[in-house]
Design a protein around this ligand. Sequence first.
Ligand code: PAF
Length: 280
Amino acid sequence: MKIFYKKTELKKYLSELKKGEKSIGFVPTMGALHKGHLSLIKKAKSKNDVCVVSIFVNPTQFDNKEDLEKYPKTLEDDIKLLQSVNCDVLYAPTADDVYDGNVKSTKFDFDGLEHQMEGKFREGHFDGVGTVVKALFEIVTPNKAYFGKKDFQQLQIIKKLVEKYDIPVKIKPCAIYREKDGLAMSSRNVRLTKEHRKEAPIIYKILKKAKKKFKKKSLQETILWVEKKFSKNKLLELEYFTIADEKTLITSKEKQKGVKYRGFIAVYAGKIRLIDNLRF
Ligand code: PAF
């Protein structure tokens, strides 16, 4: 595996590959790699000539200083994992390299997608994501880029980014990878206390039950049911649960025909914020 810390060197290397008409599959990550990331990398490898992974904990997408400082940084282990799945190229830059010394996010208009759910609770988060993903796409110029559906809102926003800026990359959504007990895989899971880790699979269990309820009950009744379930839980604190149109991410008062719904949830397990979602 080739490792690059500087975009000038990575660009030079990739432009040679592109001359040879090699297709590039790209998996942007913030490191602390787990099986979910590896499934994206395997997909990127099987569908492209070359697989590029980036590991960069992007400061501009964190609205919480402590969350950024405590975000797991495990580059040495990550490199070993990437080698074990025969990843071709790793880009592991500094913030200055990605941002040319000006670590700031650009303001984006994602047609309202950015104001829903995560956007309400994490100020400036999607400006940070949009800025870094656009920069990474410009550096790597991939043919295809792979994103997990766990960050479903992020995925929709990246599709919008690509559409608005006419970026020639195909966005490939990938299924949520779960632990055996149902907890969605996340780099943050390693920070859970034993107690919270044991309790966390309840999130997915409640999502699945809510999906069943939603078949018979109204949207509001289903939301209230979920809120009540969490109000009784001493270890998990619900930040939001909503059922929204998959495309617009907007929630409505009543169920509407022809709309594909998805349940979205954010929960605090102690200090660790976990998100998940499920097609309803
Ligand atoms: O999903 C992530 O890990 C990050 O938000 C991303 C897409 C790598 C941008 O920093």
